[in-house]
Design a protein around this ligand. Structure first.
Ligand SMILES: Cc1cc2nc3c(=O)[nH]c(=O)nc-3n(C[C@H](O)[C@H](O)[C@H](O)COP(=O)(O)OP(=O)(O)OC[C@H]3O[C@@H](n4cnc5c(N)ncnc54)[C@H](O)[C@@H]3O)c2cc1C
Length: 434
């Protein structure tokens, strides 16, 4: 299966191209191999490098490191979620466990950013859960009760207040949580690549084609070489299923996002010169929309089952059109041709929105499936799966393993049919919010 993304991601194109890209061209033996170099794989590699300075660690990616979902997301490092894609959090205890994992995720990213002095446009401005529909007030009041019980600082906002904060009168009601950070996801993941320990060898544009476990060793096959490793960590997230890993527990979804050029002074004035902000939808499948530090508007309002994974230009253009409508609904004074880039990215989902963190055999480990919380949780899970694979016990592992486990998914074609039906239903419910 081809694992390549489009080259039109606004976050990635905002960075300098990297030099010294190495691909695998020989056979290798090593103690550790990590497949997938997003937040999870990079974090696992960093931790293994620190734990085993004299061992050989190989990190592999099918494309350029970090240029999968880890650079393509909306940049919300979340402390709380109202929806997990298209399911809602109901039980307090489950929610509490989930939020404690988010908190650990924030701490681990914060530590990395501080330790390596990373400039990733870090802004602790919190985030809004907003709706244009007064009917959603009840959902937000219930959510507010949950947050109160768990001690999360938050406020409810009215239409007039939102107009001042966001520069649009589209939204009628919102709940703002104080925790949560907005950042530039591409800059964060780039820093993780630049600071890999010396005993980690990175091979890019090197797709894992096949793997097998023989006598407690793992044999990985690539186009130009074979790697024999003592242990493997799979960190391919949306591509876990395509490698046959936990295939009855996860499935990929394709999201698309668009980013405008920077608003001109005149345009920025026309919307009231708001500070940077981020809005998540109250209804699952509504639009995520963000005003960046450099006055760009980012919008994500699609989630779909899409094969093949790479989205053709013509499909991206269709999504871009929908996203222009989403922006114009909120900012009618802006021109029609303001979108500068549109891209797709693959996330991984489980049926009950729980993450995967597991030893699947003596020497085979896997972490993934974070939906819209992978910046923090992926970074945390990468580090902690490396600890688990190194037989270390940590408080974090205890907390992670106390979460609800992913539940079983039906086989194809029932799975795709079920997901598509659910997505259509949620899209109809959220039609005013797209
Ligand atoms: C549009 C969009 C918006 C999002 N918004 C947010 C957000 O605001 N906040 C948030 O926290 N999360 C968000 N997410 C989710 C977040 O990006 C992911 O959860 C996170 O990137 C997962 O990191 P990862 O390292 O596990 O996986 P990935 O970043 O997907 O990395 C997996 C890597 O594995 C590689 N790979 C796959 N198959 C193979 C193979 N066969 N051989 C070798 N390598 C392979 C891929 O090339 C890829 O680089 C969003 C995602 C998208 C797409």
């Amino acid at each position: 299966m081809e694992v390549v993304n489009d080259n039109s991601c606004g976050w990635i194109n905002n960075l300098d191209p990297r030099a010294e890209i190495k691909s695998l061209n020989s056979n290798e033996n090593c103690e550790w191999i990590i497949i997938g170099a997003g937040y999870t794989g990079l974090s696992a590699a960093r931790k293994l490098g620190q734990l085993h300075p004299n061992q050989k660690i190989i990190l592999i990616d099918a494309q350029l490191a970090g240029e999968g979902a880890s650079s393509r997301n909306s940049g919300y490092l979340v402390d709380t979620t109202l929806n997990d894609g298209f399911t809602s959090n109901k039980e307090l205890e489950t929610y509490k466990r989930k939020a404690s994992i988010y908190e650990l995720g924030i701490q681990v990213v914060k530590k990395f950013v501080k330790e390596y002095q990373v400039d990733c446009d870090w802004n602790e401005c919190g985030k809004f859960f907003a709706s244009s529909n007064y009917k959603d007030e009840k959902t937000l009041i219930n959510f507010s009760e949950t947050l109160k019980k768990l001690g999360f600082e938050h406020n409810l906002f009215s239409k007039n207040e939102l107009k001042k904060k966001l520069g649009t009168n589209f939204y009628s009601i919102a709940l703002h949580t104080k925790g949560g950070i907005l950042l530039h996801p591409g800059k964060l993941v780039r820093a993780m690549i630049d600071t890999l320990p010396e005993n980690v060898q990175l091979f890019e544009n090197t797709s894992l084609l096949k793997w097998e476990s023989i006598n407690d060793k793992v044999k990985c096959y690539f186009k130009n070489g074979i790697i024999n490793s003592q242990k493997v960590i799979f960190a391919t997230n949306g591509f876990l299923r395509s490698l046959g890993i936990k295939k009855y527990y996860n499935f990929p979804l394709t999201l698309t996002a668009s980013m405008t050029r920077s608003l001109s002074d005149k345009e920025y004035k026309s919307i009231g010169e708001p500070n940077e902000w981020g809005v998540l939808p109250v209804r699952p499948m509504g639009a995520t929309i963000r005003m960046t530090k450099d006055r760009r508007i980012l919008i994500r309002n699609t989630a779909e089952v899409h094969n093949p994974f790479k989205m053709a230009k013509i499909n991206l253009n269709e999504r871009s059109f929908k996203q222009t409508i989403g922006i114009k609904k909120r900012f009618p004074q802006l021109p029609d041709n303001i979108i500068q880039s549109t891209w797709s990215g693959i996330v991984s989902r489980t049926r009950n929105s729980s993450q995967i963190f597991e030893k699947i055999d003596n020497n085979i480990f896997v972490a993934g499936c974070y939906n819209g919380s992978g910046i923090g949780v992926g970074t945390l899970f990468g580090e902690q799966i490396a600890m688990k694979a190194s037989k270390e016990n940590t408080q974090e592992i205890k907390i992670i393993e106390g979460r609800n486990k992913p539940t079983w998914l039906p086989p194809e074609p029932f799975l795709s049919l079920g997901i598509k039906t659910r997505l259509i239903y949620e899209r109809i419910r959220a039609r005013s919010e797209i």
